[in-house]
Write a protein that binds this ligand. Structure first.
Ligand SMILES: NC(=O)c1ccc[n+]([C@@H]2O[C@H](COP(=O)([O-])OP(=O)(O)OC[C@H]3O[C@@H](n4cnc5c(N)ncnc54)[C@H](OP(=O)(O)O)[C@@H]3O)[C@@H](O)[C@H]2O)c1
Length: 253
């Protein structure tokens, strides 16, 4: 899939005007999920924006209670109903948990793709071993969405994305705001006369095959995050950020 460097994470967005503003600012990749309980809001924002549906990549995710083979299609149709769309561009398995069973879940998700309800199938929060198994049952992994920011990232998942050439969609690129207090990030931001948010997004998107989906509500944050991918960090700065001690992940289960 060809995803732009910066898309919009919508977890916690409950105002369709934010989605509309984001699209008007230039966002073309919108990420929601059944568990965010805001697919209707995202759909209303898409409908209100001036941009053609065909120019947008809309992604949603099947929650862990919708992964039994017989549940996948009705759950996908319910998401489409809430979004007000005929199809999404990317349908993820949100987590390999709950009703997830690769042998039954993934063929059912493939069937939904073949029926035209999604253009692509993605995975989220999978371990490298789980990706290997998933590959046996999927035509291909179109994208893998994982926690990835200066305070937590997994090199093995980056390597898998680069080796198999699919986008790694980095979620929580600002660690929900925690990077704003990280001394190395603050120091590099001061050198570039920019914000820690911009440095964090620029670092995440500096890797081959990595795109990101920061969540933002205000127009100023939306615009700043979109522009941040243009900030160029030096190899030395990238290495300094890689050396930051990795804390525990924010979204373990
Ligand atoms: N697949 C998964 O399991 C999973 C799990 C977690 C998250 N996600 C996805 O990833 C997205 C992002 O993750 P997240 O929302 O947890 O965290 P995040 O994007 O790292 O951080 C969002 C926070 O940073 C603030 N912010 C955004 N831009 C800013 C800027 N330029 N300057 C200062 N503050 C800024 C936002 O405030 P304002 O809203 O006030 O602008 C918000 O409080 C989610 O919305 C969701 O789509 C996926």
């Amino acid at each position: 899939m060809d995803l732009p460097p910066v898309g919009l994470g919508t977890m916690g967005i409950e105002d369709e005007a934010v989605v509309r503003t984001a699209i008007d600012c230039g966002y073309r990749h919108l990420d929601t999920a059944q568990i965010y309980d805001n697919e209707s809001t995202v759909g209303a924002g898409i409908a209100a924006a001036d941009t053609d549906r065909a120019d947008l990549t809309v992604a949603t995710k099947l929650w862990i209670d919708a992964l039994e083979a017989t549940a996948v299609r009705p759950a996908t149709e319910a998401s489409l109903d809430r979004l007000g769309l005929d199809a999404v561009d990317l349908l993820y398995v949100h987590r390999p948990r709950g009703d997830y069973d690769p042998e039954t879940t993934l063929p059912a998700v493939e069937a939904v793709r073949e029926a035209g309800l999604t253009a692509h199938v993605g995975l989220s929060n999978f371990d490298p071993d789980q990706l290997v198994v998933a590959r046996e049952f999927l035509d291909k992994i179109a994208a893998h969405q994982v926690e990835f920011h200066p305070l937590f990232w997994r090199e093995s998942l980056l390597t898998d994305a680069q080796k198999h050439d699919y986008p790694l969609v980095a979620y929580a690129p600002l660690a929900g705001g925690r990077v704003f207090e990280e001394p190395t990030i603050l120091n590099i931001a001061a050198q570039h006369e920019t914000t820690p948010a911009a440095v964090s997004i620029a670092w995440v998107t500096s890797y081959e095959n990595v795109v990101t989906i920061p969540k933002a509500s205000s127009q100023s944050h939306l615009e700043a995050n979109l522009a941040a991918a243009d900030l160029e960090l030096t190899d030395a700065e990238i290495a300094r950020i890689e050396a930051i001690e990795r804390e525990e992940e924010l979204f373990p289960e």
